[in-house]
Design a protein around this ligand. Structure first.
Ligand code: WT7
Length: 573
């Protein structure tokens, strides 16, 4: 085994002070008891996270949203939030939207994004958060697949919604647009809200009723719709306490965008469920801006991602010295965290960065380093109390320590996806070795049960912590007339973890040029999203394929890395 550094537990008291003891005594019921539905039987996460903070916890005047960008600052209290989300729930109900209908959110990080999200859920509908930078096709694919009836968007983004290509779509609610610019099917958010009543009783549901639908990529096919239920609140609340260690008096900032699972669970709902404000910083990343944000709010618990930490480290140690920071607990998610970055954080903040591992499908943190336990730098430590992790072989047998295999989690925690939207086959692939949920990642456990992440075992690419399906990018590339075939891989990169590299074969009659290189990158950027666009394109006469015609990405990857290409018996000559 490799050499690793050990960091002693974080000083101070934590919500969990002894991992083994806590796991022994833990029951999910103890967490469920924190919610009013445990006694009333009436479930709605919007009630637990917002209305109850006003009605039962005396937090009406506390901030629920602390938004800022370089131009403005907005504070929304829990009382405002209760009222605004009620108004939006009334807006939707009046439009005929009912329990189970899909209503999408295509809005940059903003108070309106969160108000609409809460309103949709309060009305019993299913929210579909979309990353703000998605382009036409990415938006269309998701709305068509889920048969969305409505979308909430902004004046700046509405042109990317092709209503005539989305048959189910009835309403487009636009934030910040002039009345005169609205098409007949477009409605003004401001006008609807001004006319709406603030009186709305949350639509009461069961904990198994759907709450949001979030699309994520696999290695084949279009993005899949991961459906989560209101029960995710139990998992979020538990992990806000145990892995994020949020205590009374703490200030928590999760930097993730609400268009991804980390943002949904930990930027939006997590803080509210524990009675805290969600902090949203608009605008672009810069080291100074982020340090200033940490200082401004007195952030104590900070949840971010390796790419961000690497960029901050690259900005130099002096950048941080100007600020008076109160950090005491830092967590990281999305891709492996480099040991050097953890050691950098020890040096500049004197705080450990704790790995947290989870997926869109698992809903909430699954495997984490906790403040009460030593960190073996490079390991993710162990599953959260209430969840069992194992390394399994391809038949679902649990492997002994030090053997690499499938990182698996025992089915049955609150927050696990309920289904893949209208795709039971895809859902069943995760559970082909019941009771194990198969993550798609490779890992091993050491003799003490510490889990060491090794990488994906499919071709899914993690770039700047975001999940990109190679198939989507390949499909987009071959839509361009100059591209005959395309194979896409992740190429390791110091800051981004991976960049997207495309290998293409040109269609007859085309010759390679810098212009074409630019054009193809732009083509993917404008068709799908900037983060899905290749950073490098390499032209080949032809691409390695199986006899059945599948591009062999692993061969491309091995060649790129200068590694042996392995078994080529299925390759077409
Ligand atoms: C995949 C899931 C960004 C939000 C959560 C991810 C990778 C996640 C870690 C970690 C190494 C990690 C895995 C996983 N991943 N956390 N701590 N160390 N890899 O959600 O976008 O659905 O991606 O992210 O490969 O399967 P996601």
């Amino acid at each position: 085994m490799e050499q690793y550094e050990v960091l002693p537990p974080s000083p101070g008291k934590h919500n969990m002070d002894n991992y083994d003891e806590y796991c022994k005594n833990f029951t999910w019921e103890s967490v469920e008891k924190e919610f009013s539905w445990y006694t009333t039987g009436k479930v709605n996460i919007a009630y637990e996270a917002i209305d109850r903070m006003v009605d039962e916890k005396g937090k009406g005047n506390d901030p629920a949203i602390l938004y800022s960008d370089t131009e403005k600052e907005v504070t929304v209290t829990f009382a405002d939030m209760k009222e605004q989300s009620a108004k939006f729930a009334n807006v939707l109900t009046k439009l005929g939207i009912k329990k189970g209908d899909r209503v999408f959110l295509f809005i940059p990080r903003s108070p309106e994004m969160l108000i609409s999200f809460a309103g949709i859920v309060k009305a019993g509908a299913i929210a579909g958060p979309l990353f703000e930078a998605f382009m036409e096709e990415a938006v269309k694919d998701r709305l068509v697949d889920s048969e969305a009836v409505a979308i909430v968007t902004t004046a700046g983004q509405k042109s990317r919604i092709k209503k005539d290509e989305i048959p189910s779509l009835k309403h487009v609610i636009v934030i910040g647009d002039e009345e005169a610019n609205l098409a007949p099917y477009e409605l003004s958010y401001e006008k609807l809200m001004a006319e709406a009543s603030a009186d709305f009783t949350p639509v009461w549901l069961t904990k198994d009723d759907p709450m949001f639908l979030l699309y994520t990529s696999g290695s084949t096919g279009k993005p899949k719709g991961v459906l989560h239920t209101h029960e995710i609140m139990t998992g979020i609340y538990h992990t806000m306490r145990i892995s994020q260690d949020v205590q009374d008096g703490d200030v928590f900032w999760c930097t993730a965008d609400p268009g991804w699972i980390t943002g949904v669970s930990y930027s939006v709902w997590g803080p509210w469920l524990v009675g805290k404000a969600t902090i949203i910083r608009g605008g672009r990343f810069s080291a100074d801006d982020w340090y200033a944000t940490l200082e401004k709010y007195g952030v104590t618990n900070w949840y971010s991602a390796p790419t961000a930490f690497r960029m901050l480290a690259a900005a130099g140690d002096d950048a941080v010295k100007k600020y008076n920071l109160k950090l005491r607990h830092i967590t990281s998610v999305g891709e492996p965290l480099n040991p050097e970055v953890i050691m950098w954080a020890m040096k500049v903040f004197n705080v450990r960065i704790h790995e947290t591992f989870f997926m869109t499908e698992t809903g909430v943190n699954m495997i984490c380093c906790y403040p009460c336990a030593p960190i073996r730098v490079g390991s993710m430590f162990k599953a959260i109390p209430g969840v069992e992790a194992a390394i399994t072989d391809d038949d679902g047998n649990v492997l002994p320590p030090l053997q690499m295999g499938n990182l698996s989690l025992k089915k049955g925690w609150p927050g696990m996806m309920k289904e893949i939207w209208k795709n039971p086959e895809k859902y069943n692939e995760y559970f082909k070795n019941e009771p194990w949920y198969i993550s798609g990642d490779q890992a091993y456990m050491d003799a003490d049960g510490y889990i060491w992440f090794q990488g994906r075992n499919d071709d899914v690419i993690k770039t700047a912590g975001e999940r990109v399906g190679p198939f989507e990018v390949e499909s987009k590339l071959v839509e361009h007339p100059a591209v005959a075939e395309a194979g896409v891989i992740g190429k390791p990169d110091e800051v981004r973890g991976n960049i997207i590299k495309a290998f293409i074969a040109l269609a007859p009659g085309y010759t390679w040029s810098d212009e074409l290189d630019k054009e193809l990158k732009q083509f993917v950027k404008l068709g799908l999203a900037a983060h899905a666009a290749p950073k490098e394109i390499e032209v080949r006469d032809k691409l390695p394929k199986t006899r059945s015609g599948k591009i062999m990405r692993r061969v491309l990857k091995a060649q790129e890395m200068g590694l042996p290409v392995g078994d080529l018996s299925t390759m077409d000559d």
